[in-house]
Each structure stands twice: as structure tokens, then as C-alpha cells.
Design a protein around this ligand. Structure first.
Ligand code: B12
Ligand code: SF4
Length: 511
């Protein structure tokens, strides 16, 4: 009985940007007696059913965007006589769907770190049950990934998680509902050990696959002080202290390491935190800007963000402290108008964000937005016989691009407007101007290449309506990726040691 772990994707690029972490975590959570799992990431290469034998186990991890391909793999694996197990956020939210559409023998809901060995042991003993509850594993029990299984020449970035869960409650995001609002921080030792492991293997770019790297804000601490709530205050301070401890350890790693994380804009008000990030080699962060107007922010429950000129100042603050921003913007909010696209792309350029992504408002299951939309969207609006409120089951070529009705714009206006924002922000002259953030010519060329790759992978393959354009973009991305990867990997450092913890940090971290 061999274990196969498969990350589904319709498009394979030969080289992928970021390692899908779950594959390497589940491989590590697989007890030794089951042998080394076969890992297949379809963003690199398509799954070959011939590799599966009767009685093998095929574990498939799905989020909403790749669920349909995941279900196809379920069928292919079943036809080979395998036992099919689904996990991941989408299977957690729709276990019945994975059972029906993906012919799952079992579903794992929640975190797989601890429950996966139970699933395999049950299977071994002929006691497999249809559903397992993995729950929310606490930070200390997260299983470190098996990076020895990393395919050679596959990825540009490794991924290591340092914290899971987010205290906020944005309407379009499922994290706070599925992963909880209490940050679950991993032990500093575990995180550093994994990073050293990756660097030993020649990966020096590492995405910190965190929901929110800044889970305690200065405002949270002030509020706890005002409420005279010593228990809450101590807890918040301890979370903050651990962040600083982690960053102090990351600081001791080789200088060529580059980390990137996801963070809320509030960190801009905390210069000590930003400086610690910079020293810790955290060179960039995705900041969920979402909207540039106060009305837009209110619509997505993100009032803690700034709008207009305040937003420009806050974003510039990151750069001043040496942290590049990947600004993430959403289009299609009810308050958006036809001029929003141009205004947003210009603001992004003016605020000095290094990269930007422009996404169309999508009601993802598990979110407040989805619940509302599902209530309002009649079950009777069908495409290919599938209700639009189950859009992820509609084949890609027929799937609508915009789902939420807009009071002032047609779906096509939102789609072409979004495309125009990508075009404006990623035109070669604008990229070249932004590339001045790196000094050498080689660095600037790498910057241009990466910007073009990012755009091909994430914009053109997602927004285009005809499959010929999608295929053309995928082909271009494949070509760029082939060259871009060389700029990311470094010579392995097999002798790199795990740095010791520095002398305990000062009062700075407790505030
Ligand atoms: C890092 C990250 C990214 C990175 C890296 C992706 C990658 N290659 O891995 C980037 C920035 C590229 C990214 C992109 C996107 N992401 Co993202 N991402 C994340 C994030 C923050 C962490 C994921 C991670 O690595 N976690 C660590 C691993 C170990 O956890 P895990 O994947 O959940 O796996 C655990 C369990 O789910 C379970 N499990 C998973 N699979 C399986 C399989 C089996 C068989 C079993 C037993 C168990 C199991 O066990 C694992 C260990 O506990 C999550 C948020 C989150 N909290 O999940 C969002 C998240 C997954 N992303 C999300 C979205 C929407 C996207 C985008 C669509 C955004 C966009 N609009 O472009 C794209 C999609 C890109 C794509 N096609 O894959 C949503 C998904 C919502 C949904 N309903 O599907 C999430 C939940 C965030 C959110 N805001 O709601 N993402
Ligand atoms: S701040 Fe980010 S991770 Fe947290 S709820 Fe909002 S979108 Fe989700």
C-alpha cells in the first residue's frame, strides 16, 4: 500500500512559485511504516493515474479554486482501485460534495497534522470511517514539513508557517472562521529548524504561509490596558513577545535569505515591529488593502485600514522600514464605480507598492459574503446544469468570472476594468520604474522577469474568458518561469547550523 499525496491544478507550469505546504506536512505526518509518500504537485506536472496501484491510498487536498480538478483526480484514482481521502479547506466545508463528486472513501476536516496517522491506521485495520475531525491543532503540535521530499528544480520559494488564525473578521475571508480568531503560533525552534533545512537545500526565498504575521496590534494592547484586563493584556504581550523572539532568531540566519509574509496594514504604526521584520530578513509582505475608499472598507468589515492619502502614507511606511509591499486590491465592491480601477492602480503606484494584485470579489465558501450571496442567489440560475451558487463545479470554460451582482457595473465592466488595472500597473515602463528598488542591473532584470511572471500566472490565466488566451498565458508563464527560477535558488549550504537563541529580548517586546 503506497501513499500518494496530490495537489490538484488544471494548469502545470513545470516550475512553481511556492511549495504547497500541506503536501510536505502530510508526508511528515505519515507514520514511517507506510513508507515514503509519493508527492504530486500538479502545478509542476500532471498526475499520472498509472502510478497508482489497487489498494494504494490517494490523499487529495483541495481549496475552492481547485476542487473540480481534485474531484476528477478522485475518480481517476478510484478507477485504479485506490482508497481516496480528501482534505483541505474546501473538503472541510463541503464533505458531502467531496464524497459525491470526488468519490471519497473518507474526508478529513480541519488540520491533518495529528489525525492523518489515525486515518492510515484505521485503514490498515479495516476500520476506515467516512469522516474524520482534525480540528484546530495548537501551535506547538504543528508537524514540521519533510523538505527532504522536495523535488529538485521544482520551486522558487519554500513555505513555512509561523502562525495560523487571525483576530480580524473581514467579510470576504474564511480564515477567521475556519482557522479561528486566536493566533496559534508555532515554536520558534520548529520554524527556524525548517528554514535552516530549506536553506541547506539551496532555497533562500521562503514564504511565511501565515494568515496574519501581526496578530497583536498596538491598539489591542492599549485597549486591554484601558479595560484593566490583566489576563488579556498578559496574553497579548506574550503573543507579541514570541513574535519578537522569532524575528530575533531569524535575524541570525544567513543574510541571503529572503522572507515574505502576509500582514495587516496596522503594522505600519509599529516602527519597532517593522524594524525587527527588516532585521529578520522579512523583505516583503502581502498587505490586504482591498479598497481605496472608506465606503469600500466598511463594506468588507475592514475599517481598521486607512483609505485615500492616509493609505498612501501607511503603505509608504513599510517601504521606509525596508519591507516591500505586495498590495492586494479587490474590485467589484458595491461602492466601486467605473473610475475605481484607474484610481486604484494609480494609488498603488504612488504608494510605492512593489507588487500589486487586483482580484475580483469572489464569494468564497466559509465567508460572511458567501453566506449572504448564497441566500440571495437563487438555486435555479444554472450553467451547464449546475447552480451558480456552486460555481466551482462549473467547468472552467463556462464558469462566470463575476458572481456578485453589482449596483452600477455589468460583470463584463468589472472584468475588463480589473484587467485594465493589471495592464496599467504591470506595463513595462511602470515595472522598470519600480525596479529601481534594487541596485544591480541583474537585480532589476530579475525584478522585471518576476513581475511579468506574476502577471501571466495570476492575472491572465484567471481573468481571461477564452481558453486560447489562458493557454497562451500559461505557455508564456512556463517560459518565463524556466529562466526566473535560476535567479531564485542559491548554492546549497549543507553545513548550515541552527542559530542559538539570543540572550532574552528586552522590555521592548512587551510594550
Ligand atoms: C500561503 C497561502 C497562499 C500562497 C501559497 C499557496 C501555495 N502554493 O501553497 C499564495 C499567496 C500563492 C496563495 C494564493 C491563493 N490563495 Co491562499 N492561502 C494561503 C494560506 C495563508 C496558507 C496556506 C498554507 O500553506 N497553510 C499551511 C498548510 C499546512 O495548511 P493547509 O493547506 O490548510 O493544510 C492543512 C489542512 O487543511 C489539512 N489538509 C490539507 N490538504 C489535505 C489533504 C488531505 C488528504 C488531508 C488528510 C488533510 C489535508 O492538513 C494540512 C495540515 O494541517 C491560506 C490560509 C489558511 N489558513 O489556510 C490561504 C487560502 C488557502 N488561500 C485562499 C485563496 C482564496 C487563495 C487565492 C484564490 C487568492 C486569489 N484570489 O488569488 C490564490 C489561489 C492560488 C492557487 N491557485 O492555488 C483561501 C482559500 C479559500 C477557499 N475557500 O478555498 C485561503 C483559506 C485564505 C482566505 N483568505 O480565505 N495562497
Ligand atoms: S486580516 Fe486578512 S487573514 Fe485576517 S480576516 Fe482579514 S483578510 Fe482574513
Amino acid at each position: 500500500m503506497r501513499i500518494h499525496l496530490i495537489n490538484p491544478s488544471d494548469l502545470s507550469f513545470g516550475t512553481a512559485v511556492i511549495t504547497p505546504r500541506w503536501l510536505f506536512v502530510l508526508a511528515a505526518a505519515t507514520p514511517e511504516r507506510f513508507g515514503t509518500p509519493v508527492i504530486v504537485d500538479e502545478t509542476l506536472e500532471q498526475f499520472d493515474p498509472q502510478t497508482v496501484a489497487a489498494g494504494d491510498v490517494v490523499g487529495i487536498g483541495i481549496h475552492t479554486a481547485n476542487a473540480l480538478r481534485g474531484y476528477k483526480i478522485g475518480h481517476l484514482a478510484r478507477e485504479r482501485g485506490a482508497v481516496v481521502v480528501f482534505g483541505g479547506i474546501h473538503a472541510t466545508l463541503f464533505p458531502e460534495e467531496a464524497r459525491e463528486r470526488g468519490v471519497a472513501d473518507a474526508i478529513v476536516r480541519g488540520d491533518g497534522d495529528l489525525i492523518w496517522s489515525t486515518v492510515l491506521t484505521d485503514l490498515e485495520n479495516g476500520r476506515l470511517v467516512p469522516q474524520y475531525e482534525g480540528g484546530r491543532v495548537d501551535g506547538a503540535s504543528f508537524v514540521p514539513a519533510r523538505w527532504d521530499l522536495l523535488p529538485e528544480k521544482g520551486y522558487m520559494w519554500g513555505s513555512v508557517q509561523t502562525v495560523r488564525g487571525c483576530p480580524k473578521h473581514c467579510s470576504f475571508c474564511s480564515v477567521w472562521r475556519t482557522d479561528g480568531q486566536t493566533p496559534r503560533q508555532r515554536s520558534v525552534d520548529d520554524v527556524v529548524q525548517e528554514i535552516v533545512d530549506l536553506r541547506r537545500r539551496g532555497l533562500r526565498f521562503i514564504a511565511l504561509a501565515d494568515d496574519n504575521f501581526y496578530p497583536v496590534t498596538l491598539a489591542d494592547l492599549e485597549a486591554a490596558k484601558r479595560r484593566k484586563d490583566p489576563t488579556q493584556l498578559e496574553w497579548l504581550q506574550s503573543v507579541r513577545r514570541e513574535r519578537f523572539e522569532l524575528m530575533a532568531r531569524l535575524e541570525r540566519l544567513p543574510d541571503d535569505l529572503v522572507f515574505y509574509t502576509q500582514i495587516t496594514m496596522e503594522a505600519a504604526e509599529d516602527p519597532e515591529f517593522l524594524d525587527a521584520m527588516r532585521r529578520a530578513h522579512i523583505r516583503g509582505a502581502l498587505v490586504g488593502v482591498e479598497s481605496v475608499t472608506p465606503e469600500g472598507l466598511k463594506a468588507v468589515f475592514k475599517n481598521f485600514n486607512e483609505a485615500g492619502e492616509g493609505l498612501v502614507t501607511r503603505l509608504q511606511e513599510f517601504k521606509k522600514h525596508g519591507v516591500h509591499v505586495l498590495g492586494s486590491f479587490i474590485f467589484g465592491l458595491p461602492t466601486d464605480r467605473i473610475d475605481t480601477f484607474e484610481t486604484t492602480a494609480s494609488l498603488a503606484q504612488r504608494a510605492g507598492v512593489t507588487f500589486a494584485q487586483f482580484v475580483m470579489l469572489t464569494p468564497f465558501p466559509g465567508t460572511v459574503d458567501f453566506a449572504k450571496w448564497e441566500r440571495e442567489e437563487p438555486n435555479t440560475r444554472l450553467v451547464d446544469g449546475i447552480p451558480v451558487n456552486r460555481y466551482w463545479l462549473i467547468p472552467h470554460q463556462d464558469r462566470p468570472k463575476v458572481y456578485t451582482p453589482h449596483p452600477a457595473m455589468s460583470p463584463d465592466e468589472i472584468r475588463t476594468g480589473t484587467q485594465s488595472a493589471w495592464d496599467q500597473f504591470y506595463k513595462t515602463s511602470a515595472i522598470w520604474e519600480r525596479s529601481s528598488c534594487v541596485r544591480s542591473i541583474r537585480g532589476r532584470l530579475a525584478f522585471v522577469l518576476l513581475s511579468k511572471l506574476y502577471r501571466q500566472m495570476y492575472a491572465n490565466t484567471g481573468i481571461a474568458t477564452d481558453s486560447a488566451r489562458v493557454q497562451r498565458s500559461a505557455k508564456r508563464a512556463r517560459l518565463i518561469a524556466k529562466y526566473a527560477r535560476k535567479l531564485f535558488v542559491a548554492a546549497p549550504m549543507p553545513d548550515l547550523q541552527v542559530p542559538a537563541a539570543p540572550v532574552p529580548a528586552t522590555s521592548l517586546a512587551t510594550m
